[in-house]
Design a binder for this molecule. Structure first.
Ligand code: CAA
Length: 407
């Protein structure tokens, strides 16, 4: 069996953000609810000129350049998204052109709420393991804009961004164990977005229960009756719709491993759980807290956070990854941090990009939300009117065709 996994990783996101404390004040909510109840500090906000395509291209280009991957080596391109720009035409084919990929590159989009990129990752690893890749690599890009709408319970769990992953044989960052990948699917109405709506609908508290059930189901499939490896895991990464969800997920993960219910009155066990959370989960949630929910890319944002901080003690260690997509589909898997992965800190770290972002007032954010509603039909959009320059932008739809340009 070929060793496959993640060879390169990069994040790209919009230029604007709002402070969660300011949003809470504007909504008449105690800021502690957003900051500690949900665990969010800031939320990335896209202008009408920044969409799923532009973010995917930026993340893809960064992953290829920073890790010195020749675009000609890419034989499969998959964009996982639940915020596509066309009912028929995949985001991936715009990205294919804008990244200058080869015509022999198989290209498609995957949709299963936040699960689309994990579906792309596992499909890519299977493509390589089957031998059909013939030495080529896959580029999998998670790109999304989370929108629940103003004054909704989901509003503080929005965000926007893309994560690109190069998947290859003998990967430089993370190697997966194909015998420890487990899946779970069940039709549930926890979160969905009908064709007529730009905004997602969610049965929020039910969606949390569905997520936790999917974690149990996918983990059981990954273990397939074998011993739990929980105590050996150096890090546990989860899909992060909001930071506190990772706490809830780790709580359930801990219970599943112990095959027992956690009782806060049982101090010794509770302390072991809290210690485990502080060691294996909390340190890798800072990017999610800064950026918000990026749907398909949220799990991989936590992975970037882990790898940009990792020291040599992490190399060779197993970690777990859990991807959840509402509706619902999930995968739980075990992977190993590759020897030498810590040499890539600088290439992985999006700190410079985040430091260059612009803080938006709540009034500016609300105005952008309204303008975005009409952006798909706007004939001409000017990125400079949103203070955007030095990048690829969506500049309007003429003759029913979306246009992109570098400005
Ligand atoms: N100080 C500190 N904490 C406070 C507080 C205060 N003043 N007030 C409330 N809190 C805490 C609450 O106790 C709660 O924490 P716990 O769950 O740990 O008890 C937390 O803040 C949130 O409070 P509520 O549950 O009352 O918040 P809400 O009812 O307004 O909604 C939500 C929260 C359901 C997550 C909502 O934001 C939502 O619907 N979000 C979208 C759906 C979602 O993200 N689902 C996640 C699972 S599905 C998934 O993962 C796929 C995906 O990406 C969408």
């Amino acid at each position: 069996m070929k060793a496959t996994g993640i060879d390169a990783l990069a994040f790209a996101g919009p230029r604007g953000y709002v402070e969660m404390a300011e949003l809470a004040q504007a909504r008449g909510v105690d800021p502690a609810k957003y900051l500690s109840g949900l665990g969010q500090q800031r939320m990335a906000i896209a202008t009408p000129c920044e969409d799923t395509v532009t973010m995917a291209v930026e993340a893809g280009a960064r992953a290829l350049q920073q890790f010195d991957v020749d675009p000609a080596e890419i034989g499969t391109l998959i964009v996982g998204t639940e915020t596509g720009v066309d009912h028929s035409k995949p985001v991936a084919v715009y990205v294919h052109e804008l990244l200058g990929l080869d015509t022999r590159c198989r290209t498609f989009e995957t949709k299963h709420a936040c699960y689309g990129a994990m579906a792309g990752l596992t499909a890519s690893m299977d493509w390589i393991a089957s031998g059909r890749a013939r030495g080529r690599k896959a580029l999998v890009i998670a790109s999304d804009i989370a929108r629940y709408g103003l004054n909704t319970p989901g509003e503080p769990t929005q965000g926007a961004g893309a994560v690109a992953l190069v998947v290859a044989e003998q990967p430089r960052l993370l190697r997966f164990d194909p015998m420890r990948i487990g899946d779970y699917t069940r039709q549930v109405m926890d979160f969905w977005r009908p064709l007529y709506s730009k905004y997602a609908f969610a049965d929020g508290h039910y969606s949390i229960r569905c997520y936790l059930e999917a974690l149990a189901g996918a983990r059981a499939d990954a273990l397939a009756g074998r011993e739990s490896v929980f105590d050996e895991l150096a890090a546990c990464l989860y899909h992060v719709p909001f930071v506190r969800m990772a706490w809830k997920a780790h709580h359930r993960h801990f219970e599943l491993a112990a095959d027992d219910t956690l009782d806060p009155e049982h101090h010794e066990t509770w302390q072991r759980f809290e210690h485990s959370y502080r060691q294996r989960v909390e340190p890798w949630l800072s990017l999610n807290a800064e950026i918000g929910n990026i749907y398909t890319g949220s799990l991989f944002l936590a992975l970037i956070d882990l790898l940009r901080q990792a020291d040599a003690t992490l190399e060779g260690q197993p970690i777990s990854l859990f991807s959840y997509g509402s509706g619902c589909g999930a995968t739980y898997c075990i992977a190993e941090v590759v020897n030498g992965a810590v040499a890539w800190h600088a290439q992985l770290d999006p700190a410079e990009h985040l430091a260059a972002r612009r803080r938006l007032t709540i009034g500016q954010y609300e105005s952008l939300m309204h303008q975005t509603e009409h952006a798909d039909r706007a004939e001409s959009l000017d990125p400079s009117s949103y203070d955007l320059k030095g990048g690829l932008y969506y500049v309007g739809t003429a003759e029913h065709q979306r246009r992109y340009a570098r400005r």
